[in-house]
Design a protein around this ligand. Structure first.
Ligand code: G16
Length: 543
């Protein structure tokens, strides 16, 4: 076996987005494309000789091929050991858990998250650091800049490694350890939640469904929910991971998780429904005929955190991404703990958690998590909810309604305009930025604009500054309209419009969010000239 140095040319499009490099599979299949990016990672992270790496992915199309390439390149780049999930599988939170538990130098996670998979669909790759979290912007910038002048990469000439059997093999001088992808993660979950109470809940006439969407969490959910917690077999649906997610879009929202939504809104609906995404880090929570917004879910978990054994000491603080509703801020205030507002991207929570400033984090994009790992964690959120339901013995809906009665309700909705021509989407953002002066102080219907800005964040731990993180139109009553271009799409541009209005009056809490936000939605479309500029009459997805 010999190490080969292969001469290559840089690609100009390897800039990591919100969460790593995501492209269509055929882009990754171009000669040297994956190798260039992997070598750019290795050249940027300064791993000491003999370091240990974790490698795994969500099992989507191209996962296996990519892992073989990464293993051979890791061997040629001086790594001493790689821990890889059996079959090349590791959910994103499980990868974070393994990195932390075995104190490795970091890990490479292969996933395009909630985006579809298949030969013509999406693939992705990102590096996570030794804290188990996505590399900071400083590191992703270094990787990008390396990718622009890379001239060669190193790879071991060797046969493929057998990934389907647990155990150790060698690849050149490097050890490859194939590990059980579920075990370490399941143990961590048992240490955080009251499995006895949840088991008792599931034994009674409480019924639940978990939709794994034919994605990575199938085996995790079957092991934890059905085997360890004793939910009846069949409680986990779409539990067999498929390379193309069964042709579906593994995004747990009301549009794409339609199998589950039909059941939860049908006759004889179960008491609790949940779904997670392609790589297992997102979650959606449903009660009987009832949807819990991710922003409310974060606030609810924070308010009830001490009911779970792993959080009984209370929370150090909460963090939410800027477009996430301020529902969690109200809980933080009541608990007298800080609440941080970060840009979109889980990577921004890492420093806060490492510094012990926050325990819970969440995002409107169906992401919730805590400092047990450094990724958002879909199943963790589901188990947290089950723990709360087991203790409070109330329905999901009544818990949420009680929460609103106490804290007020932050009506919330997100409109996604996917696959727009990039120029048109940029045009909307430019137009909005140009309108700041004219909008400030202006009355729009019953709302009055207090300020407008482009969100900028200074990390309170390392002082790094992230600019242009989304246009905010802030109204005097606390309502907000936010516009952002997604950093995770792979086709054209995705424009997101986030709408939020606070309602203290309990008599209005029963309103449908679309109804309550109707006027704000009209204003959002009008001031952005979105329809004229993009030609889109309707959003692709409303959540
Ligand atoms: C990633 C990030 C999240 C972010 C989400 C949506 O999630 O980790 O922090 O909220 O993308 O980002 P955007 O609005 O830029 O599309 P995931 O689940 O795709 O890894």
């Amino acid at each position: 076996m010999s190490i080969r140095t292969v001469v290559t040319q840089p690609f100009s499009d390897q800039k990591p987005g919100t969460s790593g490099l995501r492209k269509k599979v055929p882009v990754f299949q171009q000669t040297h494309y994956l190798e260039n990016f992997v070598q750019s990672i290795f050249d940027s992270i300064a791993a000491p000789q003999g370091a240990t790496l974790v490698v795994g992915g969500d099992g989507r199309y191209y996962n296996r091929e990519a892992i073989q390439t990464i293993l051979k390149m890791a061997a040629a780049n001086g790594f001493g050991e790689v821990l890889v999930g059996r079959g090349g599988i590791l959910s994103t939170p499980a990868a974070s858990c393994v990195i932390r538990k075995y104190q490795t130098f970091g890990g490479i996670i292969l996933s395009a998250s909630h985006n579809p998979g298949g030969p013509e669909e999406d693939f992705g790759i990102k590096f996570n650091s030794s804290n188990g979290g996505p590399a900071t912007e400083t590191v992703t910038e270094a990787i990008f800049s390396r990718s622009k002048n890379i001239a060669s990469y190193r790879i071991l000439d060797a046969a493929d490694v057998a990934l389907d059997k647990l155990g150790e093999t060698t690849l050149g001088a490097m050890k490859v350890k194939v590990i059980d992808p579920v075990n370490d993660y399941a143990e961590l979950m048992e240490s955080l939640f009251d499995f006895d109470s949840i088991r008792a809940l599931l034994k009674n006439d409480f019924r639940m469904r978990f939709d794994a969407m034919h994605a990575v969490n199938g085996p995790y959910a079957k092991e934890i929910i059905e085997r360890r917690l004793g939910a009846p077999v069949g409680s986990v649906m779409n539990g067999v991971p498929l390379e193309d997610f069964g042709g579906g879009h593994p995004d747990p929202n009301l549009t794409y998780a339609h199998d589950l939504v039909e059941i939860m809104y049908g006759d004889d609906a179960p008491d609790f429904g949940a779904a997670s995404d392609g790589d297992g880090d997102r979650n959606m929570i449903l009660g009987k005929h009832f949807f819990v917004t991710p922003s409310d879910s974060l606030a609810l978990l924070a308010a009830n955190a001490t009911l779970a054994p792993g959080y009984k000491q209370g929370l150090a603080g909460i963090a939410r991404s800027m477009p996430t509703s301020a529902a969690a801020d109200r809980v933080a205030k009541a608990l007298n703990i800080p609440c941080y507002e970060t840009p979109t991207g889980w990577k921004f929570f890492g420093n806060l958690m490492d510094a012990g400033k926050v325990t819970l984090c969440g995002e409107e994009s169906f992401g919730t998590g805590s400092d047990h790992v450094r990724e958002k964690d879909g199943l963790w959120a589901v188990l947290f909810w089950l723990n709360i339901l087991a203790v409070r013995k109330q329905s999901v809906e009544s818990i949420v309604r009680e929460h609103w009665a106490k804290f007020g309700r932050n009506f919330y909705s997100r409109y996604d305009y996917e696959a727009l021509p990039t120029e048109a989407a940029n045009g909307v953002m430019l137009h909005l930025r140009d309108s700041f002066a004219g909008l400030t102080g202006k009355a729009l219907g019953r709302y009055s604009v207090q300020t407008c800005d482009d969100f900028s964040y200074t990390d309170p731990v390392d002082g790094s500054v992230s600019k242009s993180q989304g246009v905010r139109i802030l109204f005097s009553d606390g309502s907000r309209i936010i516009y952002r271009l997604s950093g995770t799409g792979t086709e054209g541009a995705t424009l997101r419009v986030y709408l939020e209005a606070y309602e203290a009056d309990a008599a209005r809490h029963h309103l449908d969010a679309q109804e309550a936000l109707k006027e704000l939605i009209g204003i959002a479309l009008e001031i952005s000239e979105l329809v004229q500029r993009t030609g889109r009459e309707r959003p692709t997805v409303i959540t």
